[in-house]
Ligand binder design. Structure first.
Ligand SMILES: *[C@@H]1O[C@H](CO)[C@@H](O)[C@H](O)[C@H]1NC(C)=O
Length: 251
């Protein structure tokens, strides 16, 4: 069974995000970038399935500018077998990403597609769901555990839902999106980074996959979050109660 794992290159979760002066978006110039953390978890899960003998091949796919290939190399260093880079410099919105991934899935015929539950830059939480919809495949989002049956016909997925866990059984092929607690992604070691350089990485254009990636949504404005007001140190519980009562008026 082949596993296709999708990943996105985003601003590093520790980098300071700056809004462009014209408020048209976020400034990506000279900002540290890396693989979206939820995508790292998806890659780890795919590699674990390979190590367990469940997956015969792990194919990593990413859509984005030239530098997205760096994140694909990271996935290869983590243990993916080969990679597909859909090269696109412009903005690619979730619907277009889902269409591109559906086209790659049609070429690769995976038994399972793994993705992160959302990217930490646009926080859309749409790609996996859209992909499953386009393919007409079962989906399990926000997975905290994935078990593929011995005959590889089904997968049992535990999902983190409000107030508990939900366990689903899906017919394969299916789409699964990874939540935080699915696993702890490994680091790519130097020897594996060197080995990854020799692995196959194909580059395609959206047109090769017959997908029009023109944005369907227009961003009107992006703003910095409001600065937090300074706090106050109070000298007694009485003063705190007084302020809560008479200033904040919450009690
Ligand atoms: C993610 O999207 C689903 C719909 O596909 C929605 O039900 C869910 O509330 C969303 N979760 C978050 C955290 O945005």
């Amino acid at each position: 069974m082949r596993v296709l794992v999708a990943l996105k290159r985003v601003i590093d979760s520790n980098a300071r995000v700056r809004v462009k002066p014209d408020k048209s978006g976020v400034d990506l110039k000279s900002v540290k970038m890396g693989m979206n953390p939820f995508c790292e978890i998806a890659v780890e899960e795919a590699v674990k399935l390979k190590e367990a003998g469940t997956a015969s091949e792990v194919v990593a796919v990413s859509i984005g500018p030239k530098a997205a290939a760096d994140s694909l190399r990271t996935a290869l260093a983590m243990g993916a077998d080969r990679a597909v880079h859909v090269l696109e410099d412009g903005e690619v919105q979730p619907l277009a990403v889902a269409k591109l991934l559906a086209a790659v899935a049609a070429r690769e015929s995976p038994g399972l597609v793994l993705l992160g539950k959302q990217s930490i830059d646009s926080d859309c939480n749409q790609t996996g769901q859209g992909l499953a919809g386009l393919l007409g495949w079962p989906q399990a989002t926000f997975a905290s555990s994935v078990e593929v049956s011995a005959d590889k016909q089904t997968a049992r997925v535990t999902r983190e839902v409000d107030g508990g866990l939900e366990t689903l059984e899906l017919r394969l092929p299916a789409v699964v999106t990874a939540d935080l607690r699915l696993n702890t992604p490994r680091y790519a070691t130097l020897p594996n980074i060197m080995k990854a350089k020799k692995k196959k990485l194909d580059t395609l254009a959206p047109g090769d996959l017959g997908v029009d990636v023109a944005p369907r949504l227009r961003t009107l404005q992006v703003e910095e979050p409001a600065a937090r007001k300074a706090g106050a140190i109070l000298s007694s519980v009485d003063e705190l109660v007084d302020r809560l009562k008479n200033e904040a008026k919450v009690i």
